[in-house]
Write a protein that binds this ligand. Structure first.
Ligand SMILES: Nc1ncnc2c1ncn2[C@@H]1O[C@H](COP(=O)(O)OP(=O)(O)O)[C@@H](O)[C@H]1O
Ligand SMILES: [Mg+2]
Length: 364
């Protein structure tokens, strides 16, 4: 059985922390099989390009997620090695943590911390979209967290890292709904002094920067473009690419541009928010998304500038957020009073009073 160090030797990878220890735990295949119930279908929580992801619980009681590569192709093995190498290098509150991995025979497994609130895609377009668990402050904090994670990759990691697949299914949410950027299978390490590389195009349609999609020119600003698309998606809950009735595809930037030009910002947010958002913040974040998705990479901000912009916007309008929270509280109290009124109605109390109250709360 191979353990993680054999993979390191085999790939010429050496990832040690400052103390010289490996920064992760060692797992045997037996432990992982026990934790995931032999990769039973019931344990499956996600499906990606190269493998499936399973939930598990270790003998120590930790919840884990295990990515299991489907087929041992050269491409899949490369993705595995890249993901393990990159995750072994990075530690940041907004990047998904690596717990360990296993490589032996035809089995390639990566063990992560389990994220109980799934990925952003589940909340924006998937099973949990109707529950609307992402209110405006949560959306803003996820936007800022994802930006901080990407800024760390671009500006703090050494060498710098370009993710190349920033999208809603690759942003996971921890128990407090904090963003964790995940899925480093397509990531690229950028040697110092190099401004861009030309590579084969990877990534996901709808999120690809034009210079990358057309010429394979990859630089940090490709991630900035994808982040801009993600921002628009977080705000509007629309998909990055939509098929219109005639079969024509429209991207989210084409959809949002006429509203921005007319200043009709209120048409943009997710209708499930029912108008509960901060207008100043909305406008500021949309203008930022427009800058990030500029077709000329030189006009896009850096991720550090994006973080500053988001922090500034959120800080400036904290007072207004408090006002929204107050408004919500008043509405909730009214609804509560209404409910009590209805109960009293059932007990034969003043029906007219209840109706009047309902009408006035509807007008507010
Ligand atoms: N740590 C995790 N906790 C919870 N769900 C996860 C975790 N890792 C992955 N998933 C789920 O599995 C899906 C695919 O994982 P991902 O790492 O993006 O793999 P791929 O490279 O195959 O796209 C994610 O979109 C998510 O729904
Ligand atoms: Mg993925």
């Amino acid at each position: 059985m191979l353990r993680l160090w054999s993979l390191c030797q085999y790939k010429g990878i050496c990832i040690l922390n400052k103390k010289g220890d490996y920064p992760w735990e060692l797992y045997t295949l037996k432990e992982i099989l026990q934790a995931t119930n032999n990769f039973q279908d019931d344990n499956k929580i996600g499906e990606g390009g190269f493998g499936s992801v399973y939930w598990g619980r270790t003998s120590k009681g930790h919840e884990i997620a295990v990515k299991r590569l489907k087929a041992m192709t050269a491409k899949a093995e490369m993705e595995f090695a890249v993901e393990v190498e990159i995750l072994g290098r990075v530690r940041h509150k907004n990047l998904l943590g690596l717990r360990g991995f296993y490589a032996g025979g035809d089995e390639r497994l990566i063990v992560y911390d389990y994220m109980p609130n799934h990925s952003l895609i589940t909340h924006l377009h998937g099973q949990l979209a109707q529950d609307c668990l992402l209110d405006w402050p949560r959306r803003m904090s996820i936007a800022l967290g994802s930006a901080e994670g990407i800024a760390y990759l671009h500006h703090e990691a050494s060498p710098h890292i370009i993710h190349r697949d920033i999208k809603a299914s690759n942003v996971l949410l921890d128990p407090q709904f904090q963003a964790k950027v995940a899925d480093f299978g397509f990531a690229k390490l950028i040697p110092e002094g190099i401004s861009h590389l030309t590579t084969r195009v990877k990534g996901t349609l709808g999120y690809l920067a034009p210079e990358y999609a057309m010429w394979g020119k990859v630089s940090e600003s490709c991630d900035v473009y994808s982040f801009g698309i993600l921002l628009l998606e977080i705000i509007s809950a629309r998909k990055p690419l939509e098929k219109l009735p005639g079969g024509v595809k429209r991207d989210i930037v084409q959809w949002v541009t006429p509203y921005v030009q007319k200043g009709a910002f209120d048409h943009i947010p997710d209708p499930k928010l029912k108008g509960r958002y901060d207008r100043t913040q909305l406008k500021s974040v949309i203008m930022l998304a427009m800058k990030c998705t500029d077709s000329n990479p030189e006009n896009r901000p850096s991720m550090l500038e994006v973080v500053d912009w988001l922090k500034g916007g959120i800080g400036r309008t904290r007072k207004e957020l408090q006002n929204i929270a107050m408004e919500d509280k008043v509405n909730e109290e009214d609804e509560e009073k209404d409910k009590k009124g209805i109960q009293r109605e059932g007990l034969g109390m003043d029906k007219h009073n209840v109706r009047r109250k309902r009408a006035s709360s509807r007008m507010r």
